[in-house]
Design a protein around this ligand. Structure first.
Ligand SMILES: C[S@@+](CC[C@H](N)C(=O)[O-])C[C@H]1O[C@@H](n2cnc3c(N)ncnc32)[C@H](O)[C@@H]1O
Length: 250
């Protein structure tokens, strides 16, 4: 499989232009204060183009973002805020030599870890880098919703003053693995000269039930203290695509 978030990185902020990182950071800040009001030092796994990190820094947090895609890190570095740093690293295998109060992993990064050993390795890495009682907060795809709603082929078109990006998502469901392979084909049209280019990326996504996360937590030295729908705080249902989990290091 070719690495994802390479060419895709160039269009990422346009594709997610309407995603409210501000509202997400309001939610996360409140969540952190609810469970641990003193926490200030954060490690973020899969920090992407750095949107959450920069907004969190404006609220007094110090953040180190780890991100596998060097292209995403390059973009993040262009608008890096004070007290924020980004490193190219694979979250399944990293050693920073520092301790953090909170680990965050946002917008389904953990769902990108489709094999069980990668999940266990990542949870152990997080555990090793957290202070005692530290929190691990992440959102993942929710099995109940994926099985109930069944992902379908979708097309989205995004545009700025220079380009038009057409993204087709063709999901292949691997039911026995709790995985949906989201195959993107992307056509980028340059609106200035009419030229187009085309590329493909595969984004395999694993979905989870609460007992599965509880088992992972137990096996890697965490206690699952809460789960809720991301942002709304509602109890997850078959309509809930993204569930936020809060784990505490034992
Ligand atoms: C959907 S994006 C989310 C980015 C960012 N957290 C956000 O909210 O915009 C998923 C990110 O996870 C990163 N990622 C996936 N697997 C990773 C791994 N094993 N190690 C580090 N980063 C990873 C991808 O490169 C990508 O930037």
């Amino acid at each position: 499989m070719s690495a994802n978030f390479r060419l895709y990185s160039q269009y990422y902020d346009l594709l997610y232009r309407d995603k409210s990182y501000e509202a997400e950071v309001d939610y996360l800040d409140a969540l952190i204060k609810q469970y641990d009001s003193e926490s200030k030092k954060i490690i973020e796994l899969g920090s992407g183009t750095g949107k959450h990190a920069n907004l969190l820094s404006a609220r007094g947090y110090q953040i180190l973002g780890l991100e596998r895609s060097p292209e995403m890190v390059d973009i993040a570095n262009r608008s890096k805020a004070i007290n924020v740093d980004f490193k190219v690293a694979d979250i399944t295998n990293f050693e920073i030599g520092q301790f953090f109060d909170i680990a965050l992993s946002l917008f389904h990064v953990i769902s990108y870890l489709i094999n069980s050993q990668s999940l266990i390795d990542t949870f152990r890495n997080v555990h090793r880098h957290l202070n005692s009682g530290g929190l691990f907060i992440f959102d993942v795809w929710h099995s109940l919703a994926v099985n109930f709603q069944v992902p379908e082929k979708r097309t989205k078109i995004f545009q700025d003053q220079n380009i038009e990006v057409t993204r087709n998502a063709n999901p292949v469901i691997r039911q026995e693995l709790n995985v949906v392979e989201v195959n993107y084909d992307i056509t980028v049209k340059d609106l200035r000269d009419g030229s187009t280019h085309f590329f493909e990326e595969q984004h395999p996504m694993r979905h989870f039930s609460r007992p599965e996360i509880e088992l992972l937590a137990c096996a890697t030295g965490f206690e699952l203290i809460h789960s809720e729908e991301f942002i709304s705080k509602n109890t997850p249902t078959s309509e809930t695509w993204g569930v936020c989990y809060i784990l505490k290091k034992l």
